[in-house]
Structure formats: structure tokens, C-alpha cells
Design a protein around this ligand. Structure first.
Ligand SMILES: C[S@@+](CC[C@H](N)C(=O)[O-])C[C@H]1O[C@@H](n2cnc3c(N)ncnc32)[C@H](O)[C@@H]1O
Length: 241
């Protein structure tokens, strides 16, 4: 039986995010459901800037309203930015904000990053924040990570923050319960129920251990775990020169 048959389609995901631009334009409201979101964003952007130097070309997949690129631009002023998102309204907002922040050339692309044609070895840093948990089966994950590797320039790096799962089912239940406790503490029982239902419908996260292994298998020579707290992690990989 197809394990993902009840999950949201790409079109349903796009439609939901078309109407969520305001929330994602403010880090504090947009990322409340994400444990340690400001810390994770700071860590991936700082790690990107020290692992890859100089950062001249940034690709942000599932860019939303551009928060992560904006943060990286503080450390890489004037970099060229390519912003990709399923939702046209997100791309529009991200382009507007990133241009205002003093980026070099800014290219916005509405589309699924898995199908978008982008230059091989064309990016010094790739950011993927809160987007890969929408990938589904093994083949989808493998092809997506191979594409990230192909797009990364030699000496470049890819940085991910995301909802994650765990390998051992009992540990996954324990960690998800802790996450539900966090949700309840910030928004009450109704908020917890809403976020948990949305995850059940829309998301299919993988363990950070799986993703680090897959990054290495895809060709990256060094991988790095920056932070993990209950159901969220920040990590990345570097492509040798
Ligand atoms: C939770 S939001 C995160 C936005 C932004 N990265 C941030 O951290 O503020 C996820 C975004 O990924 C986009 N997205 C989901 N799947 C995608 C795909 N396959 N290709 C491009 N964008 C995608 C959604 O439209 C949405 O805007």
C-alpha cells in the first residue's frame, strides 16, 4: 500500500503557503511552531559563511518570505540570490525583501525545486529551511539530495534546518510528545492539536542521522550537525574543492 497516499499533494502544499506570506515574513510569528528557530537560522547562516568563503551565489529552496537569505546577506553583503518556492506569493515577497537588503542580482523562481532547472555547480551556499520534510519516499529524498550536490560549487556548502523524525519508533514517540508539550506551552492545547494535525497531513520528515548519511552518499565529503532539540535539527554538508 502506498504509504504517502493520505499526505498533502504538492498542489495542496503550494495552495496553503500562498496564503501564509504574512506569517512567514516575521521570524517570531512565522516560526513559533519550530523549536529554537532563531538559533537554528543563526547557526546555519554563520556556518555557511565560515565553511564557504566568499559566498557570492546563494540558492534558497523553499525560500518562503526570504528570512534565511536575509540573515545570510548580513554576512555576505551583495551576494547574488536565487529564491525558489512553490508559492508565487512567497517568491514575490522574498524577492522584494532581499532586494531591499542590498543583495546583488536577485532571481525569483516559482516552482518545485526538484523540477526547476538551475546551473550545476552554480551556488556557493544552498539554504533549505523547513522545506525538505515535504519530501516523501526514498527515491524522492535520494534524487533531491543528488540535485543539491550537483548544484553546489566545489568548496560550497548546503545548510538545512528542519522538522525531523527518529529511527527508533519509541524514541520518535518520546520526542514528538516532548514537542507537543512545547507547542502546548506556547499556544495551548488547541494550538498543539492544530500543528500536530497539520504535520500528520502534510509532512513526512526523516531522521537527521538518515539525512547526514544521505548527504555523504550523495557526494558531500564533510557533514556537520550544528544543533538538535526534540523534533528539530540544523545541519549541513561541504563539497570538496
Ligand atoms: C515552512 S515554509 C519555510 C519558509 C522559509 N524557508 C523559512 O524558513 O522561513 C516552507 C516553504 O517551502 C515551500 N515548498 C515546499 N515544498 C517545496 C518544493 N518542493 N519546492 C519549492 N518550495 C517548496 C512552501 O511553499 C513554503 O513556502
Amino acid at each position: 500500500m502506498e504509504p504517502y497516499r493520505n499526505k498533502s499533494s504538492v498542489e495542496e502544499i503550494r495552495e496553503r503557503f500562498e496564503h501564509d506570506v504574512e506569517r512567514f515574513s516575521d521570524l517570531h510569528t512565522g516560526q513559533v511552531s519550530t523549536v529554537d528557530a532563531p538559533l537554528a537560522m543563526e547557526l546555519i547562516t554563520r556556518a555557511a559563511a565560515v565553511a564557504t568563503h566568499p559566498v557570492r551565489r546563494i540558492l534558497d529552496i523553499g525560500c518562503g518570505a526570504g528570512n534565511n537569505t536575509l540573515k545570510l546577506l548580513e554576512l555576505a553583503p551583495g551576494a547574488e540570490c536565487t529564491l525558489v518556492d512553490l508559492a508565487g506569493a512567497m517568491v514575490e515577497r522574498a524577492v522584494e525583501r532581499v532586494k531591499r537588503a542590498g543583495a546583488g542580482k536577485v532571481t525569483g523562481i516559482q516552482g518545485d525545486f526538484r523540477e526547476t532547472t538551475l546551473p550545476e555547480r552554480g551556488f556557493d551556499v544552498i539554504l533549505a529551511a523547513a522545506v525538505l520534510h515535504h519530501l516523501r519516499g526514498d527515491e524522492d529524498w535520494e534524487r533531491a539530495f543528488q540535485k543539491l550536490y550537483a548544484l553546489t560549487a566545489p568548496g560550497g556548502s548546503v545548510w538545512i534546518t528542519d522538522l525531523i523524525s527518529h529511527e527508533i519508533p519509541a524514541v520518535e514517540r518520546m520526542m514528538f510528545d516532548r514537542y507537543c508539550g512545547y507547542l502546548e506551552s506556547v499556544g495551548g492545547a488547541e494550538y498543539r492539536g492544530k500543528v500536530a494535525a497539520s504535520i500528520a497531513k502534510e509532512d513526512s520528515p526523516r531522521p537527521v542521522t538518515y539525512q547526514l548519511e544521505l548527504l555523504r552518499r550523495s557526494g558531500f565529503s564533510r557533514v556537520e550537525l550544528l544543533h538538535k532539540n526534540s523534533s528539530f535539527a540544523a545541519f549541513g554538508a561541504w563539497k570538496s574543492i
